[in-house]
Design a protein around this ligand. Structure first.
Ligand code: PRX
Length: 645
């Protein structure tokens, strides 16, 4: 790869940055040679503790015990709010930009503090106590931040469910985490269309007897179906309570939130994050990776339903006293210039989005970008999936006009914060590479036998030691945590990703090596989509794989075997698509359904997905060894009838 372009650190970025390359090297070395000393220093630097820890770290990659700052006391909402009041009570905390470009709102730290205290009091009045789980199913409105921080304030554990998930998915998550309260809105708004959130909650609750309260934000004029006693209006309740609510003293290892994410098998897992290590790591990474300086306007376009929204819209930025922009809408409404219009309107300095959005906007042409100024931009970020060099170059040259470093940040729901990334004032950039590990992070590449590969290498990406914001367990199933992440390569955390390390020690993430899809940066298990398809009475079997998609990164390709005597039809295809949408949500909509009279299986009956992936990607000249198939003729049939859509 000698022809890879290298972009040197921009002089302006280096001059302004908190961390230059020399500092990166020195701090990284310290974080590795004496991690406890390094993290203790950072913990004092970034976080206000009610009481300091007895021990900085205590973890074991065999039993899955992961503890950071044990014995310490803190409150995450106190760190995001109370401690800023004296110095920046009147500074804006959240800029909210509505779906409608004419609608926006600014909320100061003091206002946010009061709203959080009020809502925390409402939760308490409804009987929510420390350790209880609360489900949040809200659109991208400030009340989502208020609800999360109010939970953190009283020690309740929030479980945010993305507003695009179906009632069925919502129900599964409510039941798995044992929530008693749901916080929702009558409706959400996206791209000028309303999303029936309260109606979805009502459907989900037909089989969730544990829910005694639904708190409803009135976001539009729509009057939802109402169940007196259970359903209460947010605005009515917060008006009745005090603007003061003491922050509960929490242990560093007390749970902060559960967030569901897809794996290669079974139902989504409840990833559990705790308080001290998580807030330290998200605050620190937010400051250094986005080179956040006081007064900067920072915008992460993610949804709070995903981990990026948790860590880099809410917790990291607010812990740092930042101005964080929250956007309700979509990049293409009212037109595909919206992102850049919002950048100009609010004078955004730091902009963090996903490659799928960059590719979609790139496809709409440069004029939509060039008609805006974007002079306020200083730093650009990318997250969620590998960014192809072409999209990277467009982002760098057209959006950033060559003035703004791009931080391509690699991380996962499980990691809580960014693990591999450039630092804007320290790291020469290579388009498509997430570059180097953050402080305290030790990645390694192992082959399928688990042998560690040194130097230039390609294989499976593992992390060899714990970092403060690592997930602690799968909620309610610690064995699943061990089996999923710690068993494959004993002694290491297995990411599920493949990666290559080049001669400069830079990491290039090559994508998932397991049966997890990444569709427009959304993570989905192939097994989830298959389970939805086989619910249909006319489906005998289904196998789902990803295939390269120009905009989405990966598309969803479903091979469906029908019951004997059932004829395929356009109507059936639509029924199957609707079934997946209603079981999971629109993000799981199959792009292609191929009718498959048979699936390639080994003699022991295992579906050979490797072959299905090749056929889906149209790499049929290179199918590899098919001699172990029970019936090799199946493959010819699939190739002949392959969809060319
Ligand atoms: O495959 C990697 C990809 O997204 C996965 C994690 O997905 P999720 O838990 O939903 O979190 C997404 C936001 C942090 C990873 O296993 N991924 C994430 N960021 C990158 C990436 N792949 C390549 N480059 C990235 N920067």
């Amino acid at each position: 790869m000698s022809d890879v372009k290298v972009y040197d650190v921009l002089p302006d970025a280096a001059a302004k940055a908190h961390i230059n390359d020399k500092q990166y090297q020195a701090m990284y070395a310290h974080s590795i040679s004496d991690p406890s000393d390094f993290w203790a220093q950072q913990a004092r630097n970034f976080i206000t503790w009610f009481k300091e820890w007895d021990k900085v770290q205590d973890w074991d990659y065999y039993t899955g015990k992961t503890r950071w700052f044990e014995g310490a006391k803190l409150n995450v909402s106190y760190n995001c709010l109370d401690r800023h009041l004296a110095s920046r009570g009147d500074q804006v905390a959240i800029i909210w930009e509505g779906d409608d470009p004419k609608v926006d709102k600014k909320i100061t730290y003091r206002q946010l503090y009061e709203q959080v205290c009020r809502f925390a009091n409402v939760l308490k009045e409804r009987g929510v106590k420390k350790g209880d789980r609360v489900c949040i199913y809200l659109p991208m409105i400030p009340e989502a931040a208020v609800a999360m921080l109010a939970c953190a304030r009283i020690g309740a554990v929030h479980s945010v469910v993305f507003g695009g998930f179906s009632p069925e998915s919502l129900k599964d998550r409510i039941l798995d985490s044992g929530c008693q309260v749901v916080i929702t809105a009558n409706e959400g708004l996206r791209g000028g269309r309303s999303v029936p959130l309260k109606a979805n909650v009502d459907k989900a609750l037909t089989s969730c007897p544990g829910i005694h309260t639904v708190i409803v934000v009135k976001h539009t004029q729509h009057q939802p179906t109402w169940q007196t006693g259970k359903d209460i209006w947010y605005h009515e309740e917060v008006a009745k309570v005090s603007t003061e609510c003491p922050a509960e003293e929490m242990d560093a290892e007390d749970p902060l939130f559960i967030l569901y994410t897809s794996g290669s098998t079974g139902k989504p897992k409840g990833v559990l994050h705790t308080s001290g290590g998580y807030i330290l790591y998200t605050a620190m990474t937010h400051k250094y990776i986005f080179d956040y300086h006081d007064g900067d306007i920072y915008w992460c376009t993610a949804d709070v339903g995903w981990v990026t929204g948790h860590s880099y819209i809410i917790y990291g930025p607010l812990a740092n006293g930042a101005v964080t922009l929250m956007f309700e809408g979509v990049p293409t409404y009212p037109d595909a210039s919206r992102f850049w219009q919002v950048v100009d309107k609010h004078q955004v300095n730091i902009f963090y989005t996903a490659p799928t959005a960059i590719r979609a906007l790139m496809g709409k042409g440069n004029a939509l970008v060039e008609q805006t100024s974007r002079k306020s931009l200083r730093i650009l970020g990318s997250v969620g999936e590998p960014i192809n060099p072409e999209a990277w170059e467009w982002y760098y040259h057209v959006v950033g006009e060559g003035r703004c470093p791009i931080v391509d940040t690699w991380w996962q729901t499980e990691t809580g914060g960014i693990l591999i990334t450039p630092l804007p004032g320290a790291t020469p950039l290579k388009p498509g590479s997430a570059t180097r590990p953050f402080f305290g992070v030790v990645p390694a590449i192992v082959n399928n036998e688990g042998e560690v590969l040194e130097g230039e290498a390609e294989g499976n990406l593992v992390i060899t030691r714990s970092w403060p914001s690592q997930m602690r367990t799968v909620f309610g199933d610690h064995q699943r945590f061990i089996d999923t992440y710690l068993k494959t390569y004993p002694g290491n955390y297995f990411t599920g990703d493949g990666a290559r390390r080049d001669k400069d020690g830079y990491y290039w993430i090559t994508g998932r090596v397991d049966d997890v899809l990444n569709v427009s940066g959304h993570r989905l298990g192939t097994a989830e989509v298959e389970s939805a398809l086989v619910l249909h009475e006319k489906v005998a079997e289904a196998a789902v794989v990803g295939y390269p998609h120009d905009i989405k990164g990966q598309g969803i390709y479903a091979y469906v075997t029908l019951m004997a005597d059932v004829q395929p039809s356009e109507a059936l295809r639509k029924e199957l698509i609707n079934l997946v949408r209603s079981e999971i949500g629109a993000i799981a909509t199959p792009d292609i359904i191929q009718w498959a009279p048979g699936l390639p299986k080994t003699r022991s009956g295992k579906i050979m997905r490797r072959i299905l992936r090749k056929i889906a990607a149209n790499e049929i000249s290179n199918l590899g060894d098919i001699s172990t198939l029970a019936d090799p003729g199946v493959v010819d049939n699939l190739i002949e009838t392959r969809s060319n859509k």
